[in-house]
Design a protein around this ligand. Structure first.
Ligand code: CO8
Length: 259
């Protein structure tokens, strides 16, 4: 892997475990996102790889805290633009990955952490953890490609409600809504995810890839066709004074939560 992304390849099955290891909570900075994208590109091109298990080093705590809010606070237009480019790249490389990808969600998965899990083909969530696209709670709206991830997973009506309200689902609610496929105790998160991968890697790979591409290709193509516009939209929204104010307040609350 690259940076704080580690890869462990099982030589007999070709399953690669990708462990997100950015302390303390796997928040996604531009640098971390780029490390993830590079890793995905390499694993995609490696013919000895049959599938991926994506999980977090912070087992039992946090899968990913989502985009690093510090990357969006008090920054120049060009900084924000480059950050957003790395977000787009991460989405394209992960969502478009041609082989099976299973998320072992071994901790909380708010916002970008939820999006990451939604880019995978199957989700196993740790019992008692929360998952959802809570962006509106931060005063921002999730980008269109996050909303597509949610609506292609739980259906348009439920996605629209969840995104408007910034709903964080409990593990029971997430299972009920089909936002995740399994909810299990801690010691089963990785084994059950592995079990699902063992099944998926038996499907002939070209057929798997073609089928996956038929669902996902149009969404990726849309973003590829309007990357610069999407960056401009993001930068424009982020630079609004009220958005910066809300983000600042949110960061402050995060810091003060435990005091
Ligand atoms: N970004 C930056 N720093 C963060 C983030 C984050 N997303 N999450 C946590 N941190 C920091 C905390 O401030 C804390 O810092 P410090 O140690 O300096 O006080 C440190 O990481 C550890 O966090 P906690 O102490 O809170 O750790 P816990 O284990 O108690 O809790 C949680 C972990 C549940 C993940 C909790 O930290 C949390 O809820 N974090 C916020 C999650 C969140 O709301 N993320 C939203 C990110 S926005 C996004 O992903 C999509 C934006 C799309 C933009 C589109 C615009 C057009």
């Amino acid at each position: 892997g690259h940076g704080n992304v580690s890869v462990d390849l099982q030589s007999d099955t070709g399953i690669a475990t990708v462990t997100l290891s950015e302390p303390p909570v796997n928040s996604l900075s531009g640098e971390f996102l780029t490390s993830i994208s590079k890793t995905m590109k390499e694993l995609s091109a490696d013919s000895s790889v049959s599938g991926l298990l994506i999980t977090s080093k912070f087992h039992g705590k946090v899968f990913s805290a989502g985009l690093n809010i510090l990357e969006m606070y008090n920054k120049s237009d060009s900084y924000l633009g480059e950050f957003w480019r790395s977000v787009q790249e991460w989405y394209i490389d992960t969502y478009n990955f041609p082989k099976p990808v299973v998320a072992a969600i071994n901790g909380h998965a708010p916002a970008g952490g939820c999006a990451f899990a939604l880019m995978c083909d199957y989700r196993v969530l740790l019992d008692g953890k929360t998952i959802g696209l809570n962006e509106t709670q931060l005063g921002i709206a999730a980008p269109f490609f996050f909303t597509y991830l949610m609506s292609s997973t739980i259906g348009i009506r439920q996605a629209e409600l969840a995104l408007a309200n910034g709903t964080m689902f409990s593990s029971d609610q997430a299972l009920q809504a089909n936002l995740v496929d399994e909810v299990v105790p801690l010691d089963l998160v990785i084994p059950n995810a592995m079990n699902q991968l063992q099944k998926m890697i038996k499907i002939p790979q070209p057929a798997f890839s073609l089928s996956k591409g038929q669902f996902r290709g149009p969404n990726v193509k849309k973003l590829l066709g309007e990357r610069e516009e999407d960056i401009a939209t993001f930068v424009g929204l982020l630079q609004k004074p009220y958005v910066q104010k809300v983000l600042g307040k949110y960061l402050e609350n995060l810091k003060n939560r435990k005091k």
